[in-house]
Design a protein around this ligand. Structure first.
Ligand SMILES: C[S@@+](CC[C@H](N)C(=O)[O-])C[C@H]1O[C@@H](n2cnc3c(N)ncnc32)[C@H](O)[C@@H]1O
Length: 212
């Protein structure tokens, strides 16, 4: 299950980077710690020159730009035409593909990547859909020794999310934020190794690899 449509994101694309910068700067929901979350994703990916990298839900290209600057061969995937139009201008070195990641994937994505990364998209999906997508990536799209790195909105546990909901009641959206003490055991039960870090009051990073 997913919350928003491509049209919802088309309507946000023009203001997206401004909204992110504002929320990151004033440490407010939902993008408090955005820069640090993207920094953590890049660090955890340990990506090197020439590696292939797939950026899921690439938006305006903020994460793709970082990996392209490291010399990775970046493919970005997103279902919003308006987000993709901005990403193509922002990161001309990357290739961007329009796809609903919960549906069938086009031929150019039917391959394995050294790294898969994603920021601020997985909270669109409920936990079963998160796990299905991660299993699909681990089984069919990750090269041997590869890693999946996610930055997103998340909390250590449900009480922490409840506190954030009260703190930011004026701007809270009810979506499928990571709840670490539920998600981590569920991912492990699905055969995935996972580590979770709390980066800001509502920002987190996860490193996911197939269990050996
Ligand atoms: C909040 S933005 C994050 C953009 C970027 N990764 C960042 O960190 O700034 C979420 C992005 O995920 C995309 N997205 C959400 N659900 C998707 C789906 N089912 N398939 C493909 N893209 C999706 C949206 O179009 C949007 O560009």
């Amino acid at each position: 299950m997913s919350i928003h449509s491509a049209q919802n994101f088309d309507g946000w694309a023009a203001d997206y980077d401004r909204d992110v910068r504002q929320s990151d700067a004033d440490e407010s929901f939902p993008f408090a710690g955005y820069t640090r979350v993207l920094d953590a994703v890049v660090r955890l990916a340990e990506a090197r020159l020439g590696m292939s990298l797939l950026d899921l839900g690439s938006g305006t290209g903020n994460l793709a730009a970082r990996f392209a600057a490291l010399g990775c061969a970046v493919a970005g995937a997103d279902f919003s035409a308006e987000m993709l139009a901005r990403a193509r201008v922002h990161v001309p070195a990357a290739r961007f593909v329009q796809v609903d990641l919960l549906g069938g994937w086009p031929p150019e994505l039917n391959r394995r990547f050294d790294r898969v990364a994603s920021t601020y998209m997985f909270h669109e999906f409920d936990l079963p859909a998160k796990i299905r997508l991660l299993r699909r990536l681990a089984d069919g799209h990750l090269a041997p020794g590869g890693r999946i790195v996610i930055g997103d909105i998340g909390f250590p546990d449900a009480p922490a999310q409840d506190a954030a909901r009260r703190r930011w009641a004026d701007r809270w959206d009810e979506e499928f934020y990571w709840i670490a003490d539920e998600a981590v055991p569920a991912l492990r039960a699905a055969g995935l190794e996972v580590s979770y870090w709390q980066i800001s009051a509502c920002g987190c990073a996860l490193l996911v690899t197939p269990a050996p």
